[in-house]
Design a protein. Structure first.
Length: 461
């Protein structure tokens, strides 16, 4: 069989597709105050605007991978692109907070379809290991730059033409991706022998994450002892138990568990998932808290906030290349520990400098820079550790599980730190306490890595 000669445009189209997905996790952050003013949204409403997208994205990643495996990466990716374009346009036209939150949740479903299917197309198209590694590097660099671009793009668009354009910008990008993908993606045959989705496992995963998020978000306005909050925790506990039970059911020809229990018994794998959750807990929660602090307490414009976040986001655009080489030489454990220590230190520095003065702003800028380098030192070794701790056949499930854990951490981080910030006696006091909590959690992440992720050559790392 002759080797496939992939078009360079194809890799660009695949990368832009996932770039768009990641952009929507950060671009909305600096636009939240404007959305709240325009749609009369409360703090909990703004938390849901951020979390609704990430919640469905996180909960459906593993099922989306199964769909891509069963029906083919090309079909799944194109379906996700069409949905993402249409739902982005609908988000831009939303007339109420409830409508926007619901559309953001549906947008997360479309985003979940794009990640595993784009990776499946890369694996199918680039057969040689060296070519695949180069393609994955380009894919990661282009898509990963969304973290750096998100706050700045969101700030520029919000201040110049309004917050609705942060969603409209997805429509032409998705159209370009559709044209490229439809023209240049090889028509791979669906794997009819692939396992189907696990409906009970998928339902319980969504219900558990939704129940936990609801309880945490509503704890601020309703109080921890309210029936709504207690009901959310009950849903979380019941759905979580159902997820565990369904995961232990024997595999059949048509159904496989979303996350095989044998993988969770691997300490490196489980610790890597927990560490990935903690990374995004801190990162997304801090972005949410600081965006509201800068705009509502300091009175900064959305563009100014986007520029203020550059010390955080720029290291994530170039430093992972260096980190990847470092992990190749010394293993994942050391860089991951260093990354968590930098993240925790950077956030605690910001907690100590929450005031509207030039000196405090300079210290906070330094803290954001330390946090940015910490993120870029942490994520590549965690991916290496998690994927390296399982068999080659389980690598796809492992990478999907890590991405799901990270996005779950983002959901919980926004919910928890938003509730802590909203419960403070003042805007600056609440932000200071929320940042202190985030800093301590991130330092605990260093302990998780040190205790459970082995040194080079241990546990597949």
């Amino acid at each position: 069989m002759p080797a496939i000669r992939p078009s360079r445009l194809l890799l660009l189209g695949l990368s832009l597709g996932y770039f768009m997905v990641l952009l929507d996790t950060t671009v909305v952050t600096v636009a939240l105050p404007a959305i709240g003013r325009d749609l009369s949204g409360s703090l909990s409403g703004l938390q849901w605007v951020s979390d609704a997208y990430t919640l469905t994205f996180a909960a459906l990643l593993l099922t989306a991978g199964a769909l891509a495996d069963r029906y083919g990466g090309r079909r799944t990716f194109l379906t996700g692109l069409w949905l993402f374009a249409g739902l982005s346009g609908a988000c831009a036209a939303a007339g109420s907070m409830g409508m926007l939150i619901a559309l953001r949740a549906l947008l997360g479903v479309a985003g979940a379809l794009l990640l595993p299917s784009s990776l499946a197309i890369v694996a199918q198209t680039y057969g040689e290991p060296a070519a695949r590694a180069r393609a994955m590097g380009i894919w990661a660099a282009i898509s990963g730059s969304a973290l750096a671009a998100g706050p700045l793009v969101g700030g520029i668009l919000t201040d110049t033409v309004g917050w609705r354009t942060i969603f409209l910008v997805n429509v032409p990008v998705a159209a370009v991706c559709i044209l490229i993908t439809a023209r240049h993606t090889p028509a791979g045959a669906p794997r009819r022998s692939a396992k189907g989705v696990d409906p009970a496992g998928q339902f319980s995963a969504v219900a558990a994450l939704a129940g936990l998020t609801y309880a945490l978000v509503e704890s601020g306005p309703e109080g921890w002892a309210s029936l709504q909050v207690l009901g959310g925790f009950v849903v979380f506990a019941a759905a979580g138990a159902l997820f565990v039970v369904t995961g232990r059911r024997p595999e059949t020809e048509r159904r496989a568990p979303m996350l095989p229990p044998v993988m969770l018994r691997n300490r490196t794998f489980s610790a890597g998932l927990l560490a990935g959750l903690l990374v995004n807990f801190g990162l997304s929660g801090v972005l949410f808290v600081l965006s509201l602090l800068f705009q509502e307490a300091y009175g900064w414009s959305a563009l100014t906030v986007g520029l203020a976040f550059l010390p955080l986001t720029l290291p994530t655009a170039f430093n992972p290349v260096f980190t990847g080489r470092l992990v190749g030489r010394i293993g994942a454990r050391g860089p991951a520990i260093a990354g968590f220590l930098m993240m925790g230190t950077g956030v605690l520095v910001q907690a100590a400098s929450v005031s509207d003065s030039a000196a405090a702003h300079a210290v906070m800028c330094a803290g954001l820079l330390i946090l940015g380098f910490g993120v870029s030192f942490t994520i590549p070794p965690l991916m290496t550790a998690v994927v390296g701790s399982v068999t080659r056949e389980q690598a796809g499930i492992a990478s999907g599980a890590l991405n799901a854990a990270r996005q779950t951490g983002a959901v919980v981080g926004v919910a928890v730190l938003g509730a802590v910030a909203g419960g403070g006696s003042s805007g600056t006091g609440g932000a200071r306490l929320a940042l202190a909590v985030a800093g301590v959690v991130l330092l605990l992440g260093a302990g998780v890595v040190a205790a459970y992720i082995g040194r080079r050559g241990v546990g597949g790392v």
